[in-house]
Write a protein that binds this ligand. Sequence first.
Ligand code: MG
Length: 335
Amino acid sequence: MNDTILLAHGGGGSLTRALVEELVVPGFSNPALNRLDDSALVEIDGTRLAMTTDSYVVSPLFFPGGDIGKLAVCGTINDLAVAGARPLYLTLSLVIEEGLPIETLRTVLRSAAETAREAGVQIVTGDTKVIERGKADKLFINTAGVGVPLKGVSVASANARCGARVIINGPIGDHGIAVISRREGIEFKTPVTSDVAPLWSLVEKVLAVCPDVQAMKDATRGGLAAVLNEIAAASKVSVLIRERDVPVREAVRGACDLFGYDPLYVANEGKVVIFCPAERAAAVLAVMREHPLGRDAALIGEVIEGRAGQVLMDTSIGGRRIVDMPYGEQLPRIC
Ligand code: MG
């Protein structure tokens, strides 16, 4: 391990994983934590709860399609949703740099409140800290959330089985490209808007037709490639995707060419990847496509016999290549 923290330690790739597994988890080790999934599952007086927390450091605070307030609420809702849990209550903690315009904070909080209201969750407690000018970058937000896991649903990164189908609810890379284009001041002919959205209403519909979803993750930092690798590793299976079936908007593909990014590794904030039994794939796709957040849902691959932890892709030009776990993040401070 390095002597100092690198930006890549925050990228959601293999370096983040190493930091968490080697430095963080050993001191706290317990069954709920050791799953290292999007939410922890705990039990209080016989009632099962899902808990999660996340910090948001996105730069800039406002980007096409969203802002740090909406992002903070959606991110925590989505980590509960992909655990198969109905999100209920959130906390919201602010770390503010001295000099931030009150109007900026007001706008961010209004956006967070509106997102929570629309998603049917309540922000029930929080905290406010202010740091001297120059010691933080405008505004950081931490949210935690609790939810109730649906009965009869048992999703985990470790549950994907051979033959499972891999489905995503729409095109990848929108969030990362929206943020980086605003950060760099680049305008595209077709503007790219972040996909940031609360996914519970979509996930609930999927679980209603397919309570036996095996694994489910929101593809955020590290993109689609990171979540496929996490599930392949945790489940000790091989995953094969087909490049031509992975939805990518033309504008995102163009921006990726311009910046030198691979869309598989670009962040999303409203995309869920679902591993379901083959016989349920048609039903899952059908309910997704009826939902505004799943109109472009696609079946992108399956779990195959092969080396444990490996992700492969059949390319559009007829080859087959390995899709590696990202090391760090090609775009820092994306969420
Ligand atoms: Mg997540």
